[in-house]
Design a protein around this ligand. Structure first.
Ligand SMILES: C[S@@+](CC[C@H](N)C(=O)[O-])C[C@H]1O[C@@H](n2cnc3c(N)ncnc32)[C@H](O)[C@@H]1O
Length: 210
């Protein structure tokens, strides 16, 4: 918790929250793992201190592959030390790789069935949001799912206290989100048991051209 707070203060743009996500939000974000059959490939983007990571690890089974991409070196060191290095020896048939890099540049093979994304898009330039979603859809299997979240009412709360340029940026972020959900069978779930309450969104991967 202290680690998360100190990184949030040091780099609020990338961290985008003051509190790690709750188990209830982690459950909503990872629920689709249950319906995936066979060997599953899962990608987590922006694990931070690992609330979604722990929910994913609990649901993994032999033969699965799990990649994590985190930009913050301190979060990477802590994830490796506190969570992943303990998990691997107990589950030798599951492959778990942490990539300490931005998702825009991480060296990943693709073919994921589920991408769980914790990035704070409301802090990002619209161009970066588009670039990251393009990358995630390119890494996603046909019919796979991207789960991402935002705090409920975040733009409504921020808009009155920011300047005109920031308000215009927030409107663009809203438009991009709506367009993604229209084009990718978007579904949403309000999770009140989170600080602050959050909306988990699910998007479906489009059919790849033959
Ligand atoms: C809102 S925090 C979410 C952390 C955690 N998933 C949770 O829900 O508590 C966003 C995380 O995304 C990471 N991040 C931000 N930009 C990133 C990028 N371009 N590529 C990978 N990780 C990024 C941050 O360092 C931070 O750990």
């Amino acid at each position: 918790m202290i680690d998360f707070l100190s990184e949030a203060i040091r780099n609020f743009r990338n961290t985008g929250a003051v509190w790690p996500s709750s188990p209830a939000l982690a459950k909503a974000m990872t629920a689709s793992m249950e319906r995936l059959e066979g060997r599953r490939r899962i990608l987590e983007v922006g694990p931070g201190t690992g609330p979604f990571t722990k929910a994913i690890l609990r649901r993994l089974r032999a033969g699965d592959q799990f990649d994590l991409v985190e930009i913050n070196e301190k979060f990477c060191r802590n994830l490796e030390r506190d969570i992943l290095s303990k998990y691997r020896p107990r589950h030798p048939q599951v492959r778990v790789d942490l990539h300490c890099a931005p998702i825009e540049e991480a060296d990943l093979g693709g073919g994921y069935d589920l991408i769980v994304c914790g990035l704070p898009f409301n802090n990002f330039p619209p161009k970066l949001m588009r670039q990251i979603f393009r990358r995630m859809f390119a890494l996603l299997n046909e019919g796979g799912e991207i789960a991402y979240f935002e705090y409920a009412g975040v733009r409504v709360m921020k808009s009155p206290v920011v300047n005109g340029a920031a308000r215009a940026r927030l409107r663009k972020i809203d438009t991009i989100g709506k367009s993604l959900r229209r084009r990718h069978e978007g579904r949403k779930q309000l999770v009140l048991a989170n600080f602050p309450p959050a909306i988990a969104y699910k998007l479906r991967g489009a059919k790849k051209p033959a």
